[in-house]
Design a binder for this molecule. Structure first.
Ligand SMILES: NC(=O)c1ccc[n+]([C@@H]2O[C@H](COP(=O)([O-])OP(=O)(O)OC[C@H]3O[C@@H](n4cnc5c(N)ncnc54)[C@H](OP(=O)(O)O)[C@@H]3O)[C@@H](O)[C@H]2O)c1
Length: 254
């Protein structure tokens, strides 16, 4: 199980949801983990306590990934405190739903600042510390591939991330660093609890559970640790020859 012994990982947005599950999984596989959070210091610190109690090395780092300077400080502080950097899991993200006529330039800037710009500069700053064998996983979404009513801004912010993975793979590959993206489907987190009602078109007479059942092969949402399992594979030596790709983890969403 300990595929990541001796590695140091930064996980952005690790105080809750998928990021938290990723931090737990990477620590269980032997990595030292920098738990990044934006606002929820209590949750980040309690995760660090939990990981330390299981014998892992972990530290919490506050940084808002929508601020490029803070991303730089995050990578530098984590590398200094934990002894280098081998893995970036860029997970932090925010939702947006709204019809075209309601989208404002401020909405656009806010969503892209976190979901898109935040991920590009996380790669740029992490890459300063990564050596050969370094691993980067970005977070897209099934939304980049499936049309959903009123979801344009979020979907576009995630589609751009897949293009980043594809194109940065060539640059980073010269240094034997891999970069991939994951595209999760509906996953049981705070984000999806708020967003799911919007996913169902107002004219579709389906409740949430029925919609999930008929729209996906497995008929259910993912649990965060199921997403974390694929991330752990992608950052391990087992995924040495996978780069530039986006891996769907969506239970067979139609
Ligand atoms: N859940 C799904 O169904 C689903 C599906 C596809 C893709 N995704 C993507 O997966 C990722 C994780 O989603 P989730 O469902 O776990 O979300 P979540 O439950 O809302 O958790 C979001 C996490 O990101 C952090 N965060 C948000 N903005 C940040 C910022 N500017 N700087 C640093 N951290 C920030 C939050 O920190 P604080 O608690 O400190 O605010 C929190 O830890 C996101 O990129 C999301 O778009 C989720």
């Amino acid at each position: 199980m300990e595929r990541l012994t001796g590695k140091v990982a930064v996980v952005t947005g690790a105080s809750r949801g998928i990021g938290r599950a990723v931090a737990i999984r990477l620590a269980a596989e032997g990595a030292a983990v920098a738990v990044n959070y934006r606002a929820d210091r209590g949750s980040a610190e309690s995760l660090v306590t939990e990981l330390s109690g299981r014998g892992a090395r972990a530290m919490a780092f506050q940084a808002d990934v929508s601020e490029p300077d803070q991303i730089g400080q995050l990578m530098d502080s984590a590398a200094q405190a934990l002894g280098g950097l081998d893995i970036l899991v860029s997970n932090a993200g925010i939702e947006h739903f709204g019809p075209l006529e309601d989208i404002t330039p401020a909405d656009f800037d806010r969503v892209f600042a976190t979901n898109t710009r935040g991920q590009l500069f996380a790669v740029q700053h992490a890459a300063r510390h990564l050596g050969p064998g370094g691993r980067i996983v970005l977070t897209s979404s099934i939304s980049a591939h499936k049309s959903v009513f009123h979801h344009t801004l979020y979907a576009a912010s995630k589609a751009a991330v897949e293009a980043m993975a594809l194109n940065l793979a060539a640059e980073l590959g010269q240094r034997q660093i891999t970069i991939n993206a994951i595209a999760p489907g509906g996953t049981n987190t705070d984000m999806s609890a708020k967003a799911t009602p919007h996913y169902i078109h107002p004219d579709l007479p389906l409740d949430r559970d029925t919609a999930v059942k008929v729209m996906s092969a497995l008929g259910r949402f993912a649990e965060p640790d199921e997403i974390a399992a694929t991330v752990a594979f992608l950052v391990s030596d087992d995924a040495d020859y996978i780069t530039g790709r986006t891996i769907p983890i969506d239970g067979g969403w139609f």
